[in-house]
Write a protein that binds this ligand. Structure first.
Ligand code: AHM
Ligand code: MG
Length: 337
């Protein structure tokens, strides 16, 4: 007997909580459509020099767009007119994105990084889209900055798309984490990873240790602990670092582990963005049984003060992330995390 085939549409309609039906389901389906369009384009990125496909001149002599700008526009155009959203935020745009006046405003807010890790395109490494969904704070006043500057704890859904050796969409609407793999012949995302849970024991730590000398003592000693250099307390991990957040995160979702991007002297606030990178991934991680921290407390509790705010990030298996908090609390005091 073969198992039933679930397209993302069928799964969304049949397996979600009540609030996730209707508009919310349609919004997720919009995101899946945008992901398919972006996937087609990213798959052809290697043909740049042969076909003049991107970053070159097209046949009309116009300059082709960079892929991250293209991805940003795809998401905007797929989502701006549907009446489901009252605002958007994108890493690619300085300000909050209002819904154009000619369209209805809905009750949801979409925050996203349209193509994270895009510097990796040239070397054919997996890249990704990260997204989070909030409900507006006040229906009558929907579309204000207050709707956007919400802590991750208020997310009603989040996910990522990994454009890797295959394209995967992984999301949660607060009832577990579910992964779908794009079948390019059918053009459909098919359920391939239902109820993803972080496996124990964890397998990997991921951190860019080229910045070791710029970290606080607590973070430096945490790395030594991860490496098994602290006598009598060896977490028995191996190391992997791709330098592409979605790909690093996805590997740890499948194999267990921790990903860290601490603050360092040249980036005292960290590198990654709270609203559309850290918070959505923290939401997914908690849904999969893990935890995310800025080194001092839960990422999900931080209320953003501005849309592009950065944050240190420790995310993965709970025991490994809590160990980071322990090192930072006991060794750093008020210093960098
Ligand atoms: P980007 O938003 O400019 O693409 O940068 C984000 C990327 C993440 O995907 C990745 O985790 C991180 O930058 C890697 O940074 P580094 O090269 O400093 O290790
Ligand atoms: Mg990014």
């Amino acid at each position: 007997m073969t198992s039933p085939v679930f397209t993302i549409e069928r799964f969304l309609l049949h397996s979600q909580p009540d609030y996730a039906r209707g508009e919310f389901t349609n919004l997720l389906y919009d995101i899946a459509l945008a992901a398919k369009i972006i996937s087609v384009k990213t798959n052809r990125a290697g043909l740049v020099d042969i076909l003049g496909y991107a970053g070159a001149q097209n046949v009309q002599g116009e300059q082709q767009q960079k892929l991250d700008i293209f991805a940003d526009e795809v998401i905007f155009r797929v989502c701006d007119h549907t009446g489901r959203l009252c605002a958007m935020v994108s890493e690619e745009r300085d300000e909050m994105i209002p819904i154009p006046d000619e369209f209805e405003k809905g009750s949801y807010v979409l925050v996203h990084d349209p193509l994270d890790g895009s510097s990796n395109i040239d070397v054919n490494v997996g890249i990704g889209t990260i997204f989070g969904i909030f409900r507006c704070v006040d229906w009558n006043l929907r579309g204000r900055i207050e709707d956007v500057l919400q802590p991750g704890r208020h997310l009603v859904g989040a996910g990522y798309v990994l454009y890797g050796s295959s394209t995967m969409l992984v999301y949660s609407a607060g009832q577990g984490v579910h992964g779908f793999t794009l079948n390019p012949e059918l053009g459909e995302f098919l359920l391939s990873h239902p109820n993803m849970r972080l496996p124990e024991p964890p397998a990997y730590y991921s951190i860019n240790d080229a910045y070791y000398h710029r970290w606080s003592p607590g973070v430096q000693n945490y790395l030594r602990w991860l490496q098994g250099q602290v006598e009598g307390d060896n977490p028995n991990l191996s190391s992997r670092y791709i330098g592409s957040l979605v790909a690093d995160f996805h590997r740890n979702m499948i194999s267990g582990g921790v990903f860290c991007y601490p603050a360092e002297s040249l980036k005292p606030e960290g590198k990654l963005r709270l609203l559309y990178e850290a918070a959505p991934l923290a939401f997914l991680m908690e849904q999969a049984g893990g935890y995310a921290s800025d080194g001092r407390g839960p990422i999900l509790d931080i209320v953003p003060e501005n849309i592009h705010q950065r944050v240190p990030l420790f995310i993965g298996s709970r025991s490994l992330v809590e160990k980071a908090e322990h090192f930072i609390r006991t060794e750093d005091g008020e210093q960098l995390t």
